[in-house]
Design a protein around this ligand. Structure first.
Ligand code: B12
Length: 339
């Protein structure tokens, strides 16, 4: 999918939201796909094209955007329904995804398992988990550790034209033990931001690895591009984006003091769980400053291919920014003003 297609998807989502007036009770219309553990993982395709600059129209470069592979869906459609019946019998699904042997109510069990990514219906071998379950657990745990200790792919940051700054911490162990250091910019970082960034933009986008570098590697291109397009299509100007190495959510307060944006959108890696190690969050705040209270922030979490799809998340975030600007408030303040 190229820039035009992302623009199309972003516009579709925006128009769907404006049809519903993005009222609180109607925002649930946003298409959110939940992970179905009874089906194979959606394939992700990478239509790689030259590097892109999301906020520069003049560029002829095509963006790199990963999307679900519709080909698998089409191929699936083409299969005869009898083939499908053969492949998708409950027995097959049970064998592939459920550890309980000869369940009394297989359909109900399958139904429950499909409702949650939690490890239910896994069965056991004597008193212990089955080998497959145990290995999967070990695998997911290792992925979580890798996500916390890993580093964001420099190529992605280059592609998105994000320069990097550091917080007061450069060691991951210290980062984990001292969240307060991750909330403060280093002195060099402050100088660099002063030199390089536009002051008082309407929106300041910040990217940070936070607790999952994988979350950035896997999702940032799509979220960033569609967020940029969503804001652009609403005529909202964006400041100079950058990457904060080993940041915490409240680091946005120092950025707010320095650059004085109206709204900060911080795209940051979430603490990995044993279901997904690559989940991204967007924390938003109206005029964050040192001393901002948590209730004035808001978060859209669970952005990854098994949660809120990144392109949709970006488009949706643009509409949240619009709302924050309209009410000049975020978090609890926004809810109160909105009534
Ligand atoms: C860890 C965590 C916490 C920890 C944060 C402490 C810490 N330093 O790590 C604790 C237990 C304190 C916590 C509390 C709450 N949390 Co919490 N939390 C998470 C979790 C598991 C990971 C967050 C993360 O990795 N952030 C990124 C790292 C880098 O951030 P950080 O700087 O280290 O820590 C900051 C953030 O974690 C932030 N934060 C944590 N939770 C929330 C919730 C909201 C609404 C906001 C604005 C900020 C926020 O506060 C920390 C200090 O600044 C997410 C689940 C997820 N999938 O994201 C839920 C999650 C973000 N929390 C949630 C909620 C509802 C809350 C509470 C409102 C619960 C309550 N009723 O009290 C409070 C609000 C706290 C606040 N700061 O305002 C929801 C948010 C739902 C939503 N979309 O609004 C989530 C998505 C869980 C869920 N699925 O329901 N949380």
């Amino acid at each position: 999918m190229d820039r035009e297609l992302v623009e199309k998807v972003t516009k579709m989502i925006l128009s769907k939201m404006s049809e519903s007036g993005i009222r609180r009770d109607e925002t649930r219309d946003v298409t959110v796909k939940f992970w179905n553990h009874g089906t194979p993982k959606p394939e992700v395709t990478n239509l790689t094209t030259p590097p892109f600059q999301p906020f520069q129209d003049e560029s002829n470069d095509k963006p790199t955007v990963k999307l679900y592979n519709n080909k698998t869906v089409e191929a699936e459609k083409e299969k005869s329904s009898s083939d499908k019946r053969k492949e998708n019998t409950t027995d097959d699904m049970i064998e592939n995804t459920i550890g309980i042997e000869n369940p009394i109510h297989p359909d109900e069990l399958m139904n429950l398992v499909n409702k949650t990514p939690a490890r239910i219906g896994i069965g056991r071998a004597g008193l212990r988990p089955k080998t497959k379950t145990w290995l999967k657990f070990r695998f997911d745990h290792a992925a979580a550790v890798d996500a916390v200790y890993g580093h964001v792919d420099e190529e992605i940051l280059k592609k998105l034209n994000l320069f990097s700054v550091n917080t007061k911490v450069d060691d991951k162990e210290v980062y984990i033990r001292r969240p307060d250091f991750g909330r403060k910019l280093s002195d060099e970082a402050k100088q660099l931001l002063e030199q390089k960034c536009i002051k008082s933009p309407t929106v300041q986008i910040i990217v940070s690895d936070g607790l999952s570098s994988k979350a950035i590697d896997k999702n940032i291109e799509d979220v960033y591009l569609s967020l940029g397009q969503s804001l652009k299509s609403q005529g909202i100007d964006v400041g100079t984006p950058f990457f904060i190495n080993k940041g915490r959510v409240a680091v946005m307060d120092e950025v707010g003091e320095l650059l004085k944006p109206k709204v900060v959108v911080l795209l940051i890696g979430e603490r990995p769980g044993l279901v997904s190690a690559e989940s991204l969050s967007a924390y938003l705040c109206y005029e964050p400053r040192i001393g901002t209270i948590e209730a004035d922030r808001m978060v859209i979490s669970n952005i990854h291919r098994g949660g809120i799809p990144p392109v949709e998340a970006g488009a949706y975030l643009g509409t949240v920014v619009q709302k924050i600007l309209k009410y000049e408030a975020s978090g609890v303040g926004l809810v109160q003003r909105e009534g």
